[in-house]
Design a protein around this ligand. Structure first.
Ligand SMILES: [Zn+2]
Length: 288
């Protein structure tokens, strides 16, 4: 019997969104620079467009190729003599590791960064930033998903489980939720947390080019791209070259990748966004 009930996954994600929104409103981690109303209208518009593109391209392609390789016994996981449960865990880890490299590529390749930059231009960071991506980034990421899912051979079940975790992790790390420092330190041993991802959205280029992990934080530790030793009170969110109020407008953001690019890591005055050398602390130790 088929029941026309809402799926538990999307409902759980909506509930998580509301909980994080409540928590970041009650006790914000970083001070806001701009009022929320206008930013939210822009973030929801970009998210809506990205969501429609994702539902039309990324999702059907990923699920289609996943079923196709599973039926034919293709992909890395099919070639490994592993029990059923190990293939699920291995597939989950492979999805997260490949996303780490994909995110890194979006920062290091100038053409990809033109699009990914739109996500980083948000002058504040909260749960509404989670899925504010240029629709172009969503469209070209379909090609990555095709290779990712085809080469790893993850099953549709693993793909859907990872998709749920990916979306929940993305909302959690973008949220401006103030967790008690000991909680965040403990959680961050395994997962990407709000303080860690806040540094990934810093106006200092070397800090944005760190902390690429999505669900598990250990990929950054293993690849030596972790950067945790910046107190959040010292983190300014955004991209300095695109920090004028008129830069964070819906149409300005849509055309941003197609326009001549400004120096990303300099303020409009021309001054570079740098951090003064402070005392040297352990890069993998979270500060308040
Ligand atoms: Zn990024």
């Amino acid at each position: 019997m088929s029941l026309n009930l809402p799926q538990p996954g999307p409902l759980a994600l909506v509930a998580l969104f509301l909980v994080l929104l409540g928590l970041e409103t009650l006790r914000p981690l970083r001070q806001r620079k701009r009022p929320r109303g206008r930013r939210w209208a822009i973030n929801f518009s970009l998210t809506g467009l990205a969501f429609v593109c994702g539902m039309l391209t990324v999702r059907p392609v990923a699920l289609g190729i996943s079923a196709w390789v599973e039926n034919r016994g293709l992909g890395l996981l099919a070639a490994l003599p592993l029990p059923f449960w190990a293939k699920i865990i291995g597939g989950f880890l492979l999805m997260d590791l490949t996303f780490y490299y994909w995110h890194r590529l979006n920062h290091s390749r100038p053409l990809l960064w033109r699009f990914h930059n739109v996500h980083h231009v948000d002058p504040d960071l909260d749960v509404t930033t989670s899925f504010r991506f240029h629709f172009g980034e969503v469209l070209y990421s379909t090609l990555f998903r095709l290779v990712q899912v085809g080469a790893t051979g993850v099953s549709p079940f693993t793909y859907l489980a990872y998709e749920l975790a990916f979306n929940a992790a993305t909302m959690f790390q973008h949220s401006n939720t103030h967790l008690p420092l000991p909680w965040e330190r403990a959680l961050n041993l395994l997962l990407v947390t709000p303080r860690m991802h806040g540094i990934h959205h810093s106006v200092v280029g070397s800090e944005t080019n760190s902390n690429y992990s999505v669900v598990f934080s250990f990929w950054d530790r293993l690849n030596r791209s972790i950067r945790l030793n910046i107190p959040q009170a010292h983190v300014i969110i955004g991209v300095p070259g695109y920090s004028l109020p008129r830069d964070n407008h819906f149409f300005a953001l849509l055309r941003l990748p197609f326009w001549p690019q400004r120096p990303y890591w300099r303020w409009p005055s021309g001054r570079p966004a740098l951090r003064k050398p402070g005392e040297v602390t352990d890069r993998s130790f979270i500060l308040e």
